[in-house]
Write a protein that binds this ligand. Structure first.
Ligand SMILES: NC(=O)c1ccc[n+]([C@@H]2O[C@H](COP(=O)([O-])OP(=O)(O)OC[C@H]3O[C@@H](n4cnc5c(N)ncnc54)[C@H](OP(=O)(O)O)[C@@H]3O)[C@@H](O)[C@H]2O)c1
Length: 258
């Protein structure tokens, strides 16, 4: 039996991950997509829009048994994983000590731990030409007060992705980190529930982030920052002292005395 070529997309039920899952068959040769998120219903809604079968794998990636189940599925099917997209993630914008313990642990569990363990689980099934796409954030480039932990998780994603990309080059496997700026998704329902962030100078569409992600696959880069405002912010974090960058952010968000 011929080995099935698959794409695995976490966070496929919504926002950036959903758009990446929908665009995947046009950009990568896959016979099937494994779409992962907690909401089975929303994952199943993906199928009619796609020219390849979608397997809805509903699971909470912060749970140990979910990662084990995914490992078993891979072991049973032994697919050729052409693409892994880690787009499952969440953030909370709030003063560090006011974030619930559940969210504080959850951000690390989902954004860092699940992403890392998923990469490790999938790599034995990757071959020359396979790609891992990890969604980081422009928050990866600087410390972000009132988004401190979220930004730290994204700095982890960026650093991990770039270094592992170098390690995997001899095997012809690539890791691309994507660093979006503010993007119009359900992310903010959870991230900004207390309306801590008040100033959005620019809000990108998730379709734009997906388009730039696929375009970046054609270039030999290990990370991409989609959009002009995002690139300008990235440049500022490279050129200016981070103390100044944080002061400007606090002033913009009127967060000084919070
Ligand atoms: N929106 C922005 O401004 C922005 C900017 C930079 C980076 N990002 C990053 O982009 C990625 C995608 O976010 P988005 O903006 O597209 O937000 P989103 O629409 O809220 O999507 C988040 C996805 O993660 C899934 N998810 C959440 N918790 C999960 C869990 N415990 N287990 C499994 N799946 C889970 C959600 O599905 P279920 O709820 O069904 O589980 C959903 O599919 C995230 O890593 C985010 O940090 C977003």
């Amino acid at each position: 039996m011929e080995q099935k070529r698959i794409g695995i997309v976490t966070g496929a039920s919504s926002g950036i991950g959903k758009l990446l899952a929908e665009g995947l068959p046009s950009h990568c040769e896959v016979d099937e997509i494994w779409a992962i998120a907690r909401s089975k219903e929303r994952l199943e809604q993906l199928a009619p829009a796609l020219p390849v079968p979608v397997r809805a794998v509903a699971m909470d990636l912060t749970r140990e048994e979910s990662l084990a189940a995914l490992g078993e599925l891979l072991h049973a099917e032994r697919p050729d994983v052409r693409v892994l997209i880690n787009a499952g993630g969440f953030g909370v914008f709030e003063r560090f000590d006011r974030i619930s313990e559940e969210d504080a642990a959850g951000m690390i569990d989902l954004n860092c731990r699940a992403l890392t363990l998923l990469m490790r689980a999938v790599l034995p099934y990757c071959t020359r030409g396979s790609t891992v796409i990890n969604i980081a954030s422009v928050a990866a480039f600087q410390p972000v007060p009132f988004g401190a932990e979220y930004a730290a998780t994204k700095a982890y994603v960026l650093s991990l992705s770039r270094a592992v990309d170098r390690e995997l080059r001899p095997r012809g496997i690539r890791v691309l980190a994507v660093c979006p700026y503010w993007t119009k998704t359900a992310f903010f329902d959870r991230a900004n529930g207390n309306a801590v962030i008040t100033h959005f100078d620019c809000m990108y569409e998730p379709a734009f982030i997906a388009k730039k992600t696929f375009a970046a696959l054609k270039k030999r880069r290990d990370y991409v920052v989609p959009g002009f405002v995002a690139k300008a912010t990235h440049a500022a974090t490279k050129l200016l002292p981070h103390a100044l960058v944080m002061r400007v952010f606090l002033a913009q968000q009127k967060l000084k005395n919070k």
